[in-house]
Design a protein around this ligand. Sequence first.
Ligand SMILES: [Cu+2]
Length: 322
Amino acid sequence: MLSRRNFLCRIPLVAGALPAAQAIAAEPHDGHMDPAAHVGAMGTVDPAANGFDPHAIVRDFDEGVMRGGVREWELVADEKEIEVAPGVKYAAWAYNGRVPGPTLRAREGDRLRIRFVNAADHPHTIHFHGIHTARMDGVPGVGAGNIEPGQETVYEFDAEPFGLHLYHCHSIPLADHIAKGLYGAFVIDPKQGRPEADELIMVMNGFDTNFDRSNEVYAVNTVAFAYQQQPIRVKRDELVRIYLVNALEFDLVNSFHVHANFFHYFPTGTSLEPTELTDTVIQGQGQRGILELRFPYEGKYMFHAHVSEFAELGWMGFFEVV
Ligand SMILES: [Cu+2]
């Protein structure tokens, strides 16, 4: 069987063209790839067909609804076919119809209540990173455990510690339940807040389109090359804060690199003091951190995985500084 890596060697990458992602558009269910049939399938992904838009997701923080002093959300897991690169359809599992799921945002110390409904055909859970009781940990066999199709539960706990966390399904096989799309970012703001900034959420992910347990498509916020085709606009000299989460499965590391600019890095966002001024950060699976920077010059600046193979397969974008 053709692997992603030896497949790549056979594709002549043309400078300036959208590279190999669309060439790897294996039919999701046929179990083999016919590269020649897919090369040249240029185009864009239609956000309306997907029901979500990476350009909206990037600034979309969901603070839930306050009821009786408790911050509440409802998350529904379901099956959904999404387009992850031009012409590449993927049979995803999604929270609230989008991949990544909604970016949940609370303040340190808030009481949180998440009603979880499983509308899909497999058991699922929501496992939150953070500090809480075992019963609320969203893993099979503990507390509510697996939530069966058609069933629901409520997770309730306090928002701690402040920082950048994530949530994801923890049913088994675990890698598959995560890789199919059941994950999202979970932001807990410190009590005193953070300085005002233009805030962006970037969930690094990938898609195993031929079920060989390696990814053919890589992205930030799901759609390959979305921010290359349409850059993220930011203002010169304005503080930009990026909430960066690595939700990638099957690859051990991911990374973020920005060109011609440096950022302060706050690992897991759990301290208000940065640990580093850099232009590149590496994250393992489930790792996350907050980046803060100001762009001193106008223009277009590339950002991408410094794992170059990922960049060529979709994890590539631009900031447009105006
Ligand atoms: Cu699941």
